[in-house]
Design a protein around this ligand. Structure first.
Ligand code: PLP
Length: 401
């Protein structure tokens, strides 16, 4: 049966060929890096093997230039990708949690203002599903306390907040080219920044990295060809059942390599970056259609997008009121061939590996728990059919009746 994948970026055979040719040339990394830096309004860029590896590098560079040896804590949103606290710990630092506001999914600025900043090195944003956080407020709080801000735009390339690009707030922006992100080469990550000392530290750290091996790149290219083919609903319905692919699973892992990004893979990300406006427009249209349908379903809570913000909608999220009803909805949507997900299964305070490094005060995050228990994300890629909102509306009304 056909199955609409939860997230992804379609890559046609022609795009694949063009990307591979561009990647074989010598300028794909420069095109990609300069394109991202210009997009974010930053002067410099660094390309790294994955987004999580990029985060390790950014945090280590911040540590390098911060004189105060006490500042070892990194504030992360209590509901975000598990790679974020894993990167903090891998960088030799201590995660601290700040709760999120379930209505916007953003770091809650009020909660952030109450944090003790005396040992804080940096604050990390989330911008999940491409919806901007309250970035201007978070930036002001970080500045006020003299701490670094890393604007995690792994899911939000193409989004804007108050006329500024997401990834362009604070001191360092992070982008990812993993499977479900706004543009993809199956894996890859980038940092953008302007701060002179931090840039010098990033240069030092980056030039010490090993290149990704040719074998690993070749394997990724083969997987990319499979991804490009199998993302189509007709084929995705077959492969998603295969064991060993780990599709959609969230696991905590600190064992990933920190290497340079492959120039060949950069051909894919550079090609898709040129199409970003069109990709983002398509996802916004899909999100608008989903929203028009869902706003009339009692029991569905839509996410409040911050004022003057244009999301990039890597997925379309909403909240339900009850975890049991959510489980039924996910089951029925799956049976109907729709890749709806419960996103990350837990608030970070409930992930054992993270909880073990948290102070007692950070172990209860009600906003993040509410999100973890009730969130549903829906596909926004161009393979999702136009009748998708209608089909989803039927399932929801049926369960919530
Ligand atoms: C995907 C993601 C990352 C990590 O990026 P990878 O390229 O998958 O390592 C970091 N933060 C957020 C919010 C993400 O969604």
């Amino acid at each position: 049966m056909a199955f609409v994948a939860p997230a992804g970026t379609p890559i046609s055979p022609l795009t694949f060929a063009v990307s591979l040719a561009r990647g074989m040339g010598s300028s794909a990394q420069i095109e990609l890096g300069e394109g991202l830096a210009a997009h974010a309004g930053h002067g410099r860029y660094w390309l790294i093997s994955t987004g999580r590896a990029a985060m390790v590098l950014a945090l280590q560079a911040m540590r390098d230039v911060t004189k105060d040896p006490q500042r070892m804590e990194v504030i992360v949103p209590a509901y975000t990708c598990y790679s974020v606290p894993a990167s903090v710990i891998k960088a030799g630092l201590k995660p601290r949690l700040c709760d999120v506001d379930p209505s916007s999914l953003s770091l809650d600025p009020q909660a952030l203002r109450k944090v003790d900043f005396s040992r804080v090195l940096a604050v990390v944003t989330a911008n999940l599903y491409g919806i901007p956080n309250h970035l201007r407020q978070i930036e002001a709080i970080a500045r006020e306390h003299g701490v670094w801000m890393l604007d995690d735009s792994a899911q939000a390339l193409g989004a804007t907040h108050e006329g500024r690009p997401v990834g362009g707030f604070g001191d360092v922006g992070l982008y990812s080219f993993d499977k479900g992100k706004n543009i993809t080469s199956l894996e890859g990550g980038a940092l953008v920044a302007s701060h002179p000392e931090l840039s010098a530290a990033l240069d030092r750290r980056h030039s010490a990295l090993l290149a990704t091996s040719a074998t690993r790149t070749a394997t990724t290219i083969v997987k990319l060809a499979a991804y490009a083919t199998l993302l189509r609903p007709t084929l995705y319905g077959v492969v998603r059942k295969l064991p060993g692919l780990g599709l959609g699973r969230t696991v905590y892992d600190e064992t990933y390599p920190v290497e340079r990004y492959s120039g060949t893979l950069a051909g894919f990300a550079a090609t898709l970056l040129k199409r970003l406006p069109e990709l983002t427009r398509g996802r916004r249209d899909k999100a608008a259609a989903l929203q028009a349908e869902l706003r009339n379903v009692p029991g569905v809570r839509l996410i409040d997008v911050p004022q003057d913000s244009q999301p990039a909608y890597a997925r379309y999220p909403f909240l339900m009121t009850d975890a049991a009803q959510r489980a039924t909805v996910l089951e029925k949507l799956e049976a109907a061939g729709i890749g709806a997900t419960a996103s990350y299964p837990s608030a970070l305070c409930d992930v054992p590996e993270v909880a073990a490094s948290l102070p007692e005060s950070d172990r209860d995050m009600p906003g993040a728990r509410e999100v973890a228990n009730t969130i549903v994300t829906l596909p926004t890629h161009s393979y999702s059919p136009t009748n998708l909102p209608n089909r989803i509306g039927h399932v929801l009304r049926d369960v919530l009746r």
